[in-house]
Design a protein around this ligand. Structure first.
Ligand code: ADP
Ligand code: MG
Length: 605
């Protein structure tokens, strides 16, 4: 019953391949029938050939037995391959469903949990469910078939013994119930510990560099050890109860067999039963009770499936990002789409905390706005809100006149190109990595985009050219080259609006200068929102927005802000000048002693 319920819950998420499934079950049952007929052949061998003396039956009986054995073996092999195929396909189906939901989750949610949670879900839980569908369900069905087949033969041979066997079955079935809740509890605990350990292992690998430079091996070992202790405890208990459940069943079966042997021996001595019948009876009785026992074994697996299914369902019910993925945003029909971006009284929360607090800005098509402010002042959050990654609490963002409430993911993807501080590269060729900007681009277009991003010389220098393979996260490229790949993607994408969130801050100054040239090329004719610590880039912006603690504290062009002697902007420039290389606006304490010592270059004429 439990297995049927579990099956019904799982079925909507996988495509049950009915013809193949039916063929696999047919093979499994046929193979089973071949082996189930064997004890009956032995009954005939003992009673008719050995004790009855019908010698001419020996050869046909042996031939039949051999034929059935070969048939059972062949069919058994075919069904195993079919079930394996189905098992993997169903696991992958389920993985697709989970991945599809992951793609619809709010970005903040994914960033909060990290890879550990989702990899446990997609690895362990889907595998458990694939196994359930094609191993557990199949085993349960074949066990029931064996039980009914054997009972039918026993009834045919001796109805009194058959009734006795039937009476024992409910007792055998009751045994696993005693262990059910115990197993369930510990299986759940094992699953939870595994998820937690998964997260830590993932970090251990991702954080290899930090662990090595800080000599953290021992700290890591101790941290892991504490988690392993919990897992080991829960696993041992889980197994203990599963084994106890299974062995209590076996013990009961052995007892019954002993009783039947005793009872049957008496009847053989009386002459009311033949030896062949006794041997066949015990053999079928074993066949009838073994499935009941096996079902006890499967109780553990069923509980495991139950736990995995619960996790999957919980995940699939978690709320999705409210933005629709496709469809046409409510753009004004007939009018040309102008890539203007504006925000009015924009408030964005991060948990309880207000991250953006009444931000206003307006950017006409083709203009460039620079957002400057310390680290943590909310620049990235503003960009994330424009990308639809952070929900707007109050206020409004408009992109080309379309309010954020009417945006679709497709609309944003088409219109906005992004370069983050660090860009994610996928393992694979550099061609595929650039083609992410526009998947249907030709090799010529990809190469052209690469050249515009100043990657052409590097690609030409590689023997494999565009087909050069990059390692994990783009291993094999320098930081500057990775940013260039990101820029090439945007060249290929040809969006109308650009968001550049500190695209060069992870680079050294020399590289930065070159990447900035590529960016300047990219920005031509586009509406650009950027945050940067590069003074020169800021100066050239049409509009500068100074941000502090989630608010815009001043705005204007560079000249305008200097003319007015804008205190927040001057403070920013002062911080800038305090770093001798004029490197960064950020992370330098705000001087309390204004007015400021500005470098001559910054002062208005
Ligand atoms: N998802 C989030 N949940 C809660 N707080 C967040 C979240 N993202 C960022 N913050 C907080 O918001 C503030 C602004 O961060 P951010 O926008 O990254 O600033 P900036 O890009 O200017 O350095 C920081 O104090 C940060 O701790
Ligand atoms: Mg930032």
């Amino acid at each position: 019953m439990q297995s049927i319920r579990l099956f019904m819950r799982l079925a909507p998420y996988v495509r049950i391949r009915w013809p193949l499934t039916a063929a696999a079950y047919a093979c499994a049952l046929l193979s089973l029938t071949c082996s189930l007929v064997q004890p009956y052949l032995f009954l005939m061998l003992i009673d008719r050939v050995l004790t009855g003396g019908e010698k001419e039956l020996l050869a046909p009986l042996l031939l039949a037995s051999g034929g059935l054995a070969i048939g059972s073996m062949l069919l058994g092999t075919v069904q195993a391959a079919m079930f394996r195929y189905l098992g993997i396909r169903h696991t992958l189906d389920l993985r697709e469903v989970i991945l599809a939901h992951l793609r619809r989750l709010p970005m903040a949610e994914i960033e909060r949990h990290g890879a550990g949670k989702y990899s446990a879900l997609m690895g362990m839980d889907t595998a458990t469910m694939g196994n359930f569908l094609n191993h557990v369900v199949k085993e349960l069905l074949t066990q029931w078939y064996t039980l009914l087949f054997a009972l039918a033969v026993i009834f045919y041979l001796d109805w009194q013994l058959a009734l006795a066997a039937l009476a024992v079955i409910p007792i055998l079935l009751a045994i696993p119930r005693m262990f059910r809740s115990l197993i369930m509890r510990h299986t759940g605990a094992v699953r939870a510990h595994n998820e937690e350990i998964g997260t830590y292992l993932y970090e251990s690998i991702e954080g290899s560099r930090e662990i090595r430079v800080h000599g953290l091996e021992r700290w890591e070992r101790e941290r892991n050890e504490a988690r392993y202790r919990n897992l080991v405890g829960a696993s041992v208990k889980d197994t203990l109860y599963r084994v106890l459940s299974a062995h209590s069943g076996s013990l009961a079966v052995s007892g019954i067999v002993v009783v039947v042997y005793g009872f049957g021996s008496g009847r053989v001595l009386d002459g009311t039963m033949t030896i062949g019948m006794l041997v066949a009876l015990v053999s079928y009785l074993n066949n009838a009770l073994a499935p009941v026992q096996a079902m006890n074994h499967f109780v553990g697996e069923l509980q495991g499936g139950e736990v995995a299914m619960k996790r999957i369902e919980e995940f699939l019910c978690s709320p999705e990002e409210p933005m629709p993925r496709q469809g046409v945003a409510a753009e004004a029909k007939g009018q040309p789409w102008l890539p203007a971006v504006e925000a009015a009284s924009l408030t964005v929360l991060g948990g309880e905390q207000t991250i953006l607090d009444g931000v206003d800005f307006a950017l006409k098509e083709g203009q460039t706005a620079a957002f400057v402010g310390r680290s943590g002042s909310g620049k990235s959050t503003l960009f994330r809100a424009i990308l639809g990654f952070m929900p707007v609490e109050t206020g409004l963002i408009r992109l080309g006149g379309v309010p954020h409430a009417a945006w679709t993911r497709e609309f944003l993807n088409r219109r906005i190109g992004v370069v983050f501080q660090e860009s994610f590269l996928f393992a694979g060729s550099i061609r595929d990595n650039i083609a992410i900007g526009r998947l249907d681009a030709t090799d010529e277009e990809i190469y052209e985009a690469a050249c515009k991003a100043d990657l052409g010389t590097w690609i030409d220098s590689q023997p494999a050219g565009l087909a050069t393979i990059l390692g994990h996260r783009g291993d094999g490229l320098s930081g500057g080259q990775r940013q260039r790949v990101a820029i090439a993607r945007v060249f290929l994408q040809r969006p109308e609006v650009l968001i550049l969130d500190e695209p060069t801050s992870a680079l050294d100054r020399g590289t930065e200068g070159q990447v900035l040239q590529s960016l300047a090329e990219l920005m031509k004719g586009k509406t650009t929102l950027m945050s940067t610590h590069r003074l020169q880039t800021v100066e050239e912006a049409d509009m500068i927005y100074v941000m502090e603690a989630g608010k815009v504290t001043d705005k204007g062009s560079h000249a305008d802000l200097l003319q007015r002697g804008s205190a927040p902007y001057l403070a920013m420039l002062s911080r800038q000048s305090r770093i001798s290389e004029a490197d960064s606006f950020e992370d330098v304490a705000l001087p309390s002693d204004l007015p400021l010592e500005l470098s001559k270059r910054e002062l208005p004429a």
